[in-house]
Ligand binder design. Structure first.
Ligand code: NAD
Ligand code: WQD
Length: 339
């Protein structure tokens, strides 16, 4: 058991709250900084309920440099896990400056505060989006990076910033984790994904249809070059993803330098397979219509997870059935999310 303290930016959000649970269960102390722009404080109350442990919560923006420096002068964090960011691909095309400001300037402020206060251990939430159009599958970490939307470019800028920083100071210890498609929820049904508006992502949309909040799913295209014509993605249970962060932190305690790792399952499922698995898990119908392709969508994307298995001794464990059952438990216990 450890008693190390970890700073989690964006810890009230979907992946952050699940990671707080795993950190607390592993014996870490957790401080969260979140401006609640896309989350609710209740998620952290639920984290405390699940774990029986307290989370220190600071409602603040990572753009607030003075606050960050003050916080890091007062506390010696064993590591920083940086989830805070905006993540809607479509919105990033409409409001690119908002995305560059929040995701890039926010990360820059965080890194400056870390450097000023001697904190040099960081895990950064990157995304499979940095790869852009797959040239070869499965996607390895060495695949070229060529994001095709502003959101993805903000992630790549921060990755580059981290690589430059590490080249200048080998004492830094950084894990860049590229997530594929996080889905599912904690087994308790107490925390899960709670989108503010109409969900952009497949599984929150499917679960809102199943629970009766939306009429039907629109399948974005059924003429892709895939077995059933619908898009194929590498869906990963959020608890597996959260555990990957704890493993990455443990790895960073033993080394310096940069680890860039895919976190996925290594296998893809189509929109139709996910829809059907969800119907089975929930016992509810998920009616659908087929619409046109969504701009920027690729036919197939899935990860090569060899490197994360080797470096972290980590593998995703949860099945598609568990991803759907856990999403449904969360959705049916919390029809309107945390509100
Ligand atoms: P989320 O929106 O649920 O969580 C992000 C959290 O950051 C929210 O609680 C939000 O209030 C907070 N936040 C945003 N800007 C902030 C700021 N300036 N200061 C303080 N807090 C701020 O999203 P998530 O799905 O949990 O994603 C977490 C991270 O993982 C993000 O960086 C996202 O880009 C990345 N990511 C997500 C996915 C996905 O599909 N969910 C995939 C790949 C990468
Ligand atoms: C999955 C599949 C859609 C909604 C996005 C971001 C990526 C990452 C994860 C942050 C696709 C289809 C979806 C719907 C549908 N996020 N779909 N009807 O596009 O793989 O990745 O989230 O980093 O950056 O781009 O995920 O869940 O939106 O879509 O048919 O209502 O479901 O076309 O094939 P995507 P998604």
């Amino acid at each position: 058991m450890t008693d190390t303290s970890v700073l989690v930016t964006g810890g009230a959000g979907y992946i952050g709250s699940h990671t707080c649970v795993e950190l607390l269960n592993a014996g870490y102390r957790v401080t969260v900084i979140d401006n609640l722009s896309n989350s609710s404080k209740r998620s952290l109350e639920r984290v405390e309920q699940i774990t029986g442990k307290a989370v220190e919560f600071i409602e603040a923006d990572i753009l607030d440099a003075e606050l960050l420096v003050g916080l890091m002068k007062k506390n010696a964090f064993g590591g920083v896990i940086h989830f805070a960011g905006l993540k809607a691909v479509g919105e990033s095309a409409q409001h690119p400056l908002k995305y560059y400001d929040n995701n890039v300037t926010g990360s820059l402020r965080l890194l400056q505060a870390m450097q000023e206060t001697g904190h040099k251990r960081l895990i950064f939430s990157s995304s499979a989006t940095v790869y852009g159009l797959p040239k070869a599958l499965p996607l390895t970490e060495d695949h070229q990076t060529n994001p095709i939307n502003p959101y993805g470019r903000t992630k790549l800028v921060v990755e580059d910033m981290l690589r430059d920083l590490m080249a200048s100071d080998p004492a830094w210890s950084v894990a860049i984790l590229r997530y594929f498609n996080p889905v599912g929820a904690h087994k308790s049904g107490l925390i899960g994904e709670d989108p503010n508006d109409t969900p952009n992502n497949l599984m929150p949309y499917v679960s809102q249809v199943a629970v009766g909040r939306r009429e039907k799913l629109t399948v974005h295209g059924d003429d892709f070059e895939t077995p059933d014509g619908t898009g194929v993605r590498d869906y990963i249970h959020v608890v597996d993803l959260a555990r990957g962060h704890v493993r990455a932190l443990e790895a960073l305690f033993k080394r310096t330098g940069c680890l860039t790792l895919n976190l996925g399952t290594g296998r893809g499922y189509s929109v139709m397979e996910m829809r059907e698995a969800f119907e089975k898990a929930s016992g509810r119908d998920v009616p659908f219509v087929v619409g046109p392709r969504r701009a920027g969508d690729v036919a197939t994307s899935y990860a090569d997870c060899t490197r994360s298995a080797e470096e972290l001794n980590w593998r995703a464990q949860h099945t598609i059935e568990e991803m759907c059952a856990d999403t449904w438990r969360w959705q049916s216990m919390n029809k309107t999310g945390f509100d």
